[in-house]
Design a protein around this ligand. Structure first.
Ligand SMILES: [Mn+2]
Length: 424
């Protein structure tokens, strides 16, 4: 595949070099270190979740696109393709029980052969599995019945064991626990039970593991969610201990929430552990990253870059993951577009002169500060992203290359039109 990618790259190389020279020349006049930005981008890796490689369904249906990966091995194959094309998808995030590794050492070896590692593992107590004793209909970690809570805790401990066998170092917990109607649930008991359950999971983790606690204001419950916002997640993480962190999923906010400010607050306390990328128009739409609100994504990255450079609180390296759903587009094309959007937003944030911004803030130059941010946002940084991908041995134009190589057609030929991936 590398040789094929190089062939397509050769066609784009001259245009790329011209574009990069033009941009580098402009940026060097602003004292921007272009080479260091390309290095930073090239090293940046985002995990692909094992459930994002098939056609996403809604409660109204699902439309197959052919050649979907039916096994964990095939899913690793798909992430390998993404990584070869973009150089930035070097990790997989597994969802248990959708993707249980039967032979962990073989799976680990297969992933390593494609340059992939296993990032955070994800538990699932939002669905009932056919072999489980108690139902999660009325909650899991928050449930009134201790036996149900214990079953959910045990499942999370099982997920950690699978993660250990693959070299993962963290678990992400997202709960759908909540209520649909006022009066259904006692808020205080639900929170207390959740705290105790999370503590039991925390206590079962190996000492070099981290737990990420995700929040979401609504859906699938529409009246209350036990971990509804970053504040509740932060409180629970603090009560668990030093290796518990909040995870921000872009789609898990009410409309117009200032997510960049949440990022700043959490990083200032060293409590931002993970980040799920997607985009939305109305709710948890799980659309392609950057397709609706690219300026918001840039402002978030601006805070991430600032937070990583000013890390007095010792915030850990973040676990980055794309958490999107692909109802219409070929998932691999959609993921390529998301990866590019993430790199573009990151590159733009790296252009921001933080010292100059601080001086403008201290001088109360509001227009100047806005101008400085917008200058970075309005810069076409695509040649920098291309250079980073080229540096990683990947494609200058990943989407175009994916199409040129007719990859979907070969996947359909290999796996058939009707193959189905596990997941939502
Ligand atoms: Mn998520």
């Amino acid at each position: 595949m590398k040789a094929q990618i190089n062939d397509v790259n050769a066609r784009h190389l001259q245009t790329h070099q011209d574009d990069l020279n033009y941009l580098a020349n402009k940026l060097s006049k602003r004292n921007v270190d272009v080479e260091s930005i390309v290095d930073t981008l090239s090293a940046f890796q985002v995990a692909i979740p094992s459930w994002a490689l098939g056609a996403g369904g809604t409660r109204f249906g699902r439309f197959a696109f052919g050649g979907a990966p039916a096994t964990l091995e095939q899913k690793i194959g798909d992430v390998g393709i993404l990584h070869a094309l973009t150089g930035s998808a070097g990790a997989i995030s597994l969802h248990i029980p959708w993707d249980v590794p039967e032979d962990p050492s073989a799976i680990k070896e297969l992933a390593a052969s494609k340059g992939l590692i296993f990032d955070a593992v994800n538990s699932n107590t939002f669905q009932d599995q056919s072999d489980q004793e108690h139902s999660y209909r009325y909650g899991s970690l928050c449930h009134e019945d201790k036996a149900v809570r214990q079953q959910a805790v045990d499942h999370n401990i099982e997920v950690i064991k699978h993660g250990v066998s693959l070299g993962s170092k963290s678990i992400t917990v997202w709960l759908s626990d909540g209520s649909n109607f006022p009066g259904q649930l006692n808020f205080r008991r639900a929170l207390q039970n959740t705290q105790e359950s999370l503590h039991a999971i925390y206590a079962a983790m190996p000492s070099d593991w981290k737990i990420f606690i995700e929040y979401k204001p609504y859906e699938p419950n529409f009246y209350s969610t036990v971990i509804q916002d970053w504040g509740t997640s932060f409180l629970l993480a603090n009560e668990c201990g030093d290796r518990a962190f909040t995870l921000v999923d872009l789609g898990h906010h009410l409309p117009n929430t200032n997510i960049e400010q949440i990022v700043s607050t959490l990083m200032s306390k060293g409590k931002l552990g993970g980040f799920h990328f997607n985009d939305s128009k109305y709710g948890d739409d799980d659309l392609t990253v950057g397709c609706i609100k690219p300026y918001q994504l840039f402002l978030i990255f601006n805070e991430l870059v600032f937070g990583m450079a000013n890390n007095e609180a010792g915030n850990p390296d973040l676990a980055w993951m794309i958490d999107a759903s692909h109802n219409i587009k070929d998932p691999l094309e959609d993921l390529i577009q998301s990866l590019e959007a993430i790199m573009i937003a990151y590159a733009k944030a790296l252009l921001v002169d933080q010292d100059a911004l601080k001086a403008l803030q201290l001088g109360h130059d509001t227009a100047g500060a806005q101008q400085l941010l917008q200058d970075a946002f309005r810069t076409d940084v695509r040649p920098l992203v291309e250079a980073a991908m080229l540096k990683s041995g990947a494609a200058i134009r990943p989407l175009d290359t994916y199409r040129q190589l007719d990859i979907r057609a070969s996947l359909i030929e290999e796996r058939g039109v009707d193959s189905m991936a596990t997941g939502l």
